[in-house]
Each structure stands twice: as structure tokens, then as C-alpha cells.
Ligand binder design. Sequence first.
Ligand code: ADP
Ligand code: MG
Length: 310
Amino acid sequence: LASEFEIIRRYFDRPARSALLGVGDDAALLVPAVGMELVATTDLLSEGIHFRSGADPRKLGHKALAVNLSDIAAMGATPRWALLAIALPAADERWIAQFAEGMFALAARHDTELVGGDTTRGPASGPITICMTVLGEVPAGLALLRGGARPGDDIWVSGELGGAALALARPGIAAAAMRLDEPEPRVALGERLRGLASAAIDVSDGFAQDLGHILERSGVGALVHYDRLPRFPIDDPELERRCVLSGGDDYELLFTASQGARGEIEALPAEIGLALARVGSIQPGDPKVVVLDAQGRPIRVAPGFDHFAP
Ligand code: ADP
Ligand code: MG
């Protein structure tokens, strides 16, 4: 059986590239580029809460990193470095090897370096717990915040909404399962939105709820046209509304931008290979999301995801 240190050496210790010092010492040494601000984010995935027991470790490795890269993208930042803290009930080397493979495959695509972490035993038959931290960079003053939306701004969404929630509601649909298990962080889009978007967030807890976070921070309201929302194909209209408006885990970018930026934003899909839809507008007034159907009638929106919802 492998020791803690053998596991780290075999599966997590890769030669440092841009880090001054990566895995192997007491801590990593990192040098941010001149003129850049450091962006830091962390996300914890707990077995039984964020993923089911027996989930494919390769996909988990992907997702643990992807959800963090998505937060980096939503800030308009470029990911640089990652740290991984993981607690396992046992040193299952096959599981660890596959987890590392999934994580490093995505890391390589985004030029993100694993520079440290912690590997510990958790309680026997207790949950696998994965806590990933990603550090990124953004030119000083250009980070995309939640608080910059202004009345009159357009509201935009990337990709498609609802697929991940559909996978939970109806297991067995391969394309939906992909959206849930292997989300694609919209890093290139986030970088291109610097100086273009007025506010941004990634859709992790449901479109309406996440838009609500922008509204609260910005002190504005929003009007959204349901039929303009990019939707994962779902044959049951009731289920579709729930998945599209309130389903979590899509990891698309939801952003606002002035009407003057329309031309530039409309040119982005061809450049980055990702669809963008203009779905509504920011309104003066209370931080409320109003969603209208094709006939202009308001749609009742189910609450989004909340770990501590009563
Ligand atoms: P310490 O006891 O000082 O916390 P560790 O023995 O836990 O040091 O870790 C040794 C080195 O291995 C450190 O550089 C640490 O960042 C790195 N490390 C440990 N676990 C992981 C992991 N899962 N992924 C990446 N690096 C790791
Ligand atoms: Mg340690």
C-alpha cells in the first residue's frame, strides 16, 4: 500500500513550470505578473452532497477543477495555479490515479499548474471530501464584479441552461449527464469580457437566483424573456422551466453589458466558439427578477439551490 508521500509524489507532484516553487516544500512560491491582480477562489465537493458515492473519479477530478475555473472565468480572470486538499477514507490508488488524470487533463487545457495541497485520511467509510483552490490573474482594475449592472444594460447568457438539472431529474440522458459531470468552464469568454461586461457571475445555483445576486449587488431589477433563454432540449415544459430557471450546476456565464457593447459581444461567438444569447434587460428598482413568457405573462420562478434551505 502506498504511503501519503508516495501518493503525493506519484499522482500530484508535477514539475513546476511557471511557479517559482511548486509541490514538495512547505508551501508554493508564486510570482504574479506585473500589473496583475491575484484572484483567489475555492470550492469544496463532498461525497453524498455534491456527487454520489461511486461517481467516476476521472469526472470528479475534472469537475473539482472546473467549478473553480468557472469562478475564475466569472471574474474575467486567467487561471494560473491550483491547490488540492483531499480527504479519503482509504488510499485507493486506482481511484486517485483516475481522479488526477481527469484533473490534469482539464488543467493542461487551461494552462493551470497544481502547486500544492494536502492529502489526508478521512474517517473510515466517511465521505470523500475534495477542496480545490484556484488562483488566477486579471489586469488591475478590470475584474468583472457582480455590482456593476446598470439600468438599460443587456443581460446575456452563454451556452445552454438546464442540462445539468435535467441529468439529476432524469438520469440516463448522456448529453445532460455530460453537462452535470463534465462542465466546461467558460474561461476564454471571461477573459474576452474584460472591459466589455458591466457585471458577471457563473450559473452554479440556478439562472434566476444567480441573476438575483447581480441585482442585489448592483441595486437594480431585471426583465427576462423566457423564450430567449438558451435551453437544453427538454420535452416536458414544466420540467424545462424548472431546470432552465432554477437548476444549478450549468456553469455558464451570465453577464450584463451596456447596449453600446452589443456589436462587440455579437462578434464573440464566432471568435471563441460559444453561443451567446441576449435574454433581457436590467431595470431600475427593486432587485427582482421578472421572467415573462412568450405572451408577456410573468412566470413563477422556483427557488434555486441553497444548501441550508429550510
Ligand atoms: P505539510 O506537512 O507541510 O503540510 P505535506 O507533507 O502535507 O506538507 O505536503 C508535502 C507537499 O506536497 C507540499 O508541497 C504540499 O503542498 C504537496 N501536496 C500534498 N498533497 C497534495 C495534493 N493532493 N495535491 C498537490 N500537492 C499536494
Ligand atoms: Mg500537509
